[in-house]
Structures are given as C-alpha cells and as structure tokens.
Design a protein around this ligand. Structure first.
Ligand code: S3P
Length: 431
C-alpha cells in the first residue's frame, strides 16, 4: 500500500460506489499479537492491521525477545510463554496509546524493569489510569510529569485486585486483565460504562478463564495460554469513514465484506440507520467470539442525532467523522459526555471545531463535546490533521460534499490506522 503524502487535496464527489475489504481491526490486532507473544505455540494471524500502531506493538514484542515473521497482512508469532526477555533499550510505542497501556499490564508481571516511551502526542496522554491499578497489584510504575509517558515498569509477582475503573476505557480494562494473568488469585474489574470487549474475547480464545458477571469481569491468574489461528475482521472504525461518505450522498451503494460487527463496536450502524442510512447485513459468522459479516449501505437524507452517555463511549473513535458530516444532516449533531476526546491522539474537540470552522461551519465548542448545526453548506479550505489519523480521514469525508477543493496538511497521519485510506477513497468516489 502506498503511504499518503503529507499534503493531500480532496475534490468534491457525487457519490460512493463499490466493494471494500478493510485491513484487520486495530483493537483486535494489538490484543492477538500481545497474547500470542505470551502463549505457547505459534499464533497465525491473517488480515493483521496495516496501521503503524500495530506495527509498534510488534516492534515492542520483538524487543522483548518474541520472534515473529510477517508477510503482507499475515503474521506468525512464536509465543514465548509467560516470561519475556529484558529489552536492551526503551520500548518505542510510537503514537499508540493501546500499545503503551495494554503492554504495561503484561510488563507488570515480568521480573525485570522496562521503559515505555512514545512520540510527542503519546507523551502528552494520561497514564495514571493504568499506573494506579498496576501499582495496586504490586508493580512499581514510575512516570514523568503527573502520570505521563515515559513509563518505567518494574514487574513483580502480582496480587489479584478488585478494581472499579473511574474512566470508561477498554485499554485500561485489557491492561488490568492482562496483568491478572500473572496474579495469584482472581482479579476483578468493573467499568462505569460497558466498553469494547475484545480483551475478554481474546483472553478466552487463548484459553484464559474469563467471566463477565453482574459486578464486573473476573480473570483467574496463572493460566497456560495456547496459540490461535485467526483471520482478523475488517476494522469497523476505518469502515466508519466510508459509511459516512456513503451516507452524505443519496445515490451511494457500498458493500463491505468481512467487517467486524462485534456488538460493543457496532453502535455506529444503529446511529446511521436512525439518521436515514439504509444498512443491511448478510453472511454473519463468528470466530473467537468476534462477529463479522458483509454489510450493504445506501445513502439517504440524513436527519441528525444527539450522542451522549453510553453512546458516546461506544462511538468514541467514530465521533470525529460523525462530527465532520454533521453540517450535511438536516438537524445537526450534538455530542455530549465526550471529555475523553480531549485526551486522544489530539484534543479532538478543539481540532474538530477549528477545522469545521475553517470550512465555514457554525459549531459550538462545549467543555465535554460539541454542537454542530445542520443544513449547512461548507467550502473547501486548508485544514490540518494536527498529526491525528482520525482527523485527517474525517476531513477527507467532509471535503467530498464541500464546494471546491480541500487541502489536508499532515494527511500522512492516516498511516497510524489505515495507510491505504486515500487510495481506497479515490477508488470509491464517483465524480
Ligand atoms: C481502544 C479503546 C479506546 C479507543 C482506542 C482503542 C482499544 O480507547 O479510543 O482507539 O483498543 O481498547 P480508550 O480505552 O482510551 O477509551
């Protein structure tokens, strides 16, 4: 796949048509790679995420003594069992919060000291959310300026804890459950709002004893993990850009095959249907607890939506593109309870507001969200991704219905989750 150049020009389109297969889901790819590394045997993965974030996870695992080979999107990971090797330099997590937070859970259970570092954006992101529970389990975790990366983790024999997460975060939940593998006894985690369950599904697939009860998720320490073979379903958060592009043109017809449809990730489909998009799903299958299927989408007259509470948590990665198409809906989109957007790869609330205004939109910035009026006409503009992959891709979609060309600076940020994004968009847009 070609890497997008740092400045991309997007011209308006007429509609979206065609068939799409997406690189494997980023959340699942990270988890299968990490668990494959500490399992017995070789894990064979097909359609592994093409994104730079998952490449960061694989590179960190190599520094921890894990052998793997990859060819295209196929990766074979030769598991080391629970004991990894001491790395001889800091582990570079790049831009990936998932790598840093989830790997911390595994490193907390290793009997050595390791350091996790990241790029400028990752270095600003909050890590106290993993430091607190991992320290309570017995690991020593040092950070810089008030819980920010780099992290220095000295692992230990861990003890099981019962932990009520203050923030709804699937990365934190997975980190604690991964640490729970190394603890004596049963670790329990409860979350304020239900988040994506790929960690639980992956742990069960690799043979861990993990149960969801009324009070939370429990995991028994000390299981022997066994390698798996898996074909990773297409990333639904990447699909979101194309679905929203199809949604803004009434004549669009888009088919996406082998798409991840895990119910904890598919809230976007309900929201799009409620706004008027035609969506149907066929060929449903399940592998390792993850549902996938073929999705057909046709454009419609979009109404609008209010996204709040549990919906905000379920749609957290899709809000940038929903906000970017909001001006083209009849009634606009209001996003509430979304403070977490401020601590993603960029402050996504400020960046969305800045770029929408650059394109001529009326938008109100709220402390924990934003309010975008409907029935607006946008014009092409020079906008910036601020180094955030989902912002680069979201504004490519807004640009399709704007008047005139849009220039996206730092568009190469898309490589973080989807290096082929701009080429694929060009294939599917009709002009
Ligand atoms: C992810 C969880 C979410 C999401 C991120 C991937 C995961 O982050 O935004 O892109 O794979 O668990 P938080 O756990 O910080 O909400």
């Amino acid at each position: 796949m070609t890497k997008p150049s740092s400045t991309v020009v997007v011209r308006p389109g007429r509609n979206i048509a065609g068939l799409l297969s997406l690189p494997g889901d980023k959340s699942i790819s990270h988890r299968y790679a990490m668990l494959g590394a500490i399992a017995d045997g070789t894990t064979h993965l097909e359609n592994f995420s093409a994104g730079a974030d998952c490449a960061s996870t694989l590179a960190c695992l190599r520094s921890l003594g894990v052998k793997w080979e990859g060819e295209g999107s196929t990766v074979a990971i030769h598991g080391c069992g629970p004991r990894l090797s001491v790395p001889n330099s800091p582990l570079d997590c790049g831009n990936s919060g998932s790598t840093m937070r989830m790997l911390s859970g595994i490193l907390a259970g290793q009997e050595f000291t390791s350091e996790l570092a990241g790029d400028e954006s990752l270095s600003r992101r909050p890590m106290a959310r993993v430091i607190t529970p991992l320290a309570a389990m017995g690991a020593k975790v040092e950070s810089s300026n008030g819980g920010r990366p780099p992290l220095r983790i000295t692992g230990n024999r861990l003890k099981a804890i019962t932990y009520k997460m203050p923030v709804a975060s699937a990365q934190v939940k997975s980190s604690i459950l991964f640490a729970g593998l190394f603890a004596s006894g049963e670790t329990m985690v409860s979350e304020p709002i239900r988040t994506r369950d790929h960690g639980e599904q992956a742990l069960a697939a690799f043979g861990a004893e993990v149960k969801r009860g009324a009070n939370g998720i429990r995991i028994a320490g000390g299981p022997k993990l066994r390698a798996i073979d898996a074909a990773i379903p297409g990333d639904i958060s990447s699909a979101a850009f194309f679905l929203c592009a199809a949604a803004v043109f009434p004549d669009s017809e888009l088919v996406i095959n082998q798409l991840l449809l895990n119910p904890t990730r598919a809230r976007l489909l309900d929201i799009l249907i409620s706004m008027g998009v035609g969506i149907s799903v066929t060929q449903l299958e399940e592998q390792h607890g993850e549902l996938r299927g073929t999705l057909q989408a046709s454009g419609g007259g979009l109404t609008g939506a209010t996204i709040s509470g549990t919906d905000t948590a379920a749609l957290i990665d899709e809000i940038p593109v929903l906000a970017a198409i909001a001006p083209y809906t009849a009634n606009g989109i209001e996003v509430l309870d979304a403070r977490e957007l401020r601590v993603k790869e960029s402050d996504r609330i400020t960046v969305l507001v800045t770029n929408l205004r650059a394109m001529g939109a009326r938008v109100d910035e709220l402390e924990d969200g934003l309010k975008i009026s409907g029935a607006q006409k946008l014009h092409g503009a020079e906008i910036d991704s601020f180094g955030d992959h989902r912002i680069a891709m979201a504004f490519a979609i807004a640009a399709l219905r704007a008047e005139g060309e849009t220039i996206i600076h730092h568009a190469d940020a898309a490589v973080i989750s989807y290096p082929g994004f701009f080429d694929e968009l060009e294939n599917l847009v009709q002009r």
